[in-house]
Design a protein around this ligand. Structure first.
Ligand SMILES: O=C1O[C@H](COP(=O)(O)O)[C@@H](O)[C@H](O)[C@H]1O
Length: 237
């Protein structure tokens, strides 16, 4: 079912699912089909996912899909600058909920780097991401403030991170809530994905999306940078 009461751009598809379980299942099917096609066409596939709390069910459903996981590279749209063993680590979340069973054969390109400062960690992550193969599938999330990945409104470096012609792949970012120090893929890298999906849970996020569609500047609601491109939105109450 399409999302009602939303004036979506022509290149955007919006799917309304009954609950979080259904959303996780649909998203896992769409992502695994796209990864399978990439493997059939190019011999390998690259998936970039988001962290936070909401993707756990999706990760677990995706891990159950029949895929040649050894041919899949997985990376993260953003990371909290905490060690992988920290409960807030997006990489830790991915390892616990996606890279399990046959999916453990996938190659993980993490963003976290231990360094003397967040800026140095971002420089190192930027160099690591130079080796990331072209992104086949990107799964974004969104906060109720309109941030996506760790592209937060009001963060220093946001303008540079949202430059579609920027050369940086990863930038240091600041979040309004803990853990504040973040590493985020830039818009230029994220927007290079062949297929971009946005997963949203709850009426609050639907209201945020509606507001973003109404036309705030990109800096006020960074999700807007993705609404002007082909996108599939998966929402549930
Ligand atoms: O901090 C983050 O927030 C967003 C949204 O997270 P959610 O738990 O509300 O789904 C997420 O997309 C991003 O990757 C994460 O680091």
């Amino acid at each position: 079912m399409t999302i009602s009461n939303l004036d979506l751009p022509v290149q955007t598809l919006g799917f309304s699912l009954g609950d979080a379980e259904q959303l996780a299942g649909e998203l896992a099917l769409t992502v695994s089909n796209a990864l399978r096609s990439a493997i059939a066409e190019r011999g390998a596939a690259t998936l970039v996912v988001s962290g936070g709390r909401s993707p756990i069910a999706f990760f677990e459903r995706l891990a159950q899909q029949q895929l040649d996981w050894a041919k899949v590279t997985v990376s993260l749209a953003d990371e909290r600058w905490v060690p992988v063993s920290h409960p807030d680590s997006n990489e830790g979340l991915l390892r616990r909920h996606l890279l399990q069973g046959p999916a453990a054969a996938a190659r993980l390109v993490g963003l976290y780097q231990s360094a003397a400062s967040l800026e140095l960690a971002a420089d190192r992550a930027d160099a690591v991401l130079a080796e990331l193969p072209p992104i086949d599938v990107l799964v974004l999330g969104m906060g109720e403030d309109g941030h996506t990945a760790s592209l937060f409104p009001d963060s220093p470096n946001l303008q540079q991170a949202l430059d579609p012609r920027g050369t940086r792949r990863c930038l240091p970012m600041q979040a309004p809530t803990v853990p504040r120090q973040r590493l985020s893929m830039s818009l230029a890298l994220l927007a290079s994905a062949r297929l971009t999906l946005l997963a949203l849970h709850g009426r609050g996020k639907l209201a945020t999306l509606n507001q973003a569609l109404a036309g705030e500047p990109y800096e006020a609601m960074p999700i807007r940078a993705f609404l002007a491109r082909p996108l599939e939105i998966y929402w549930c109450p």
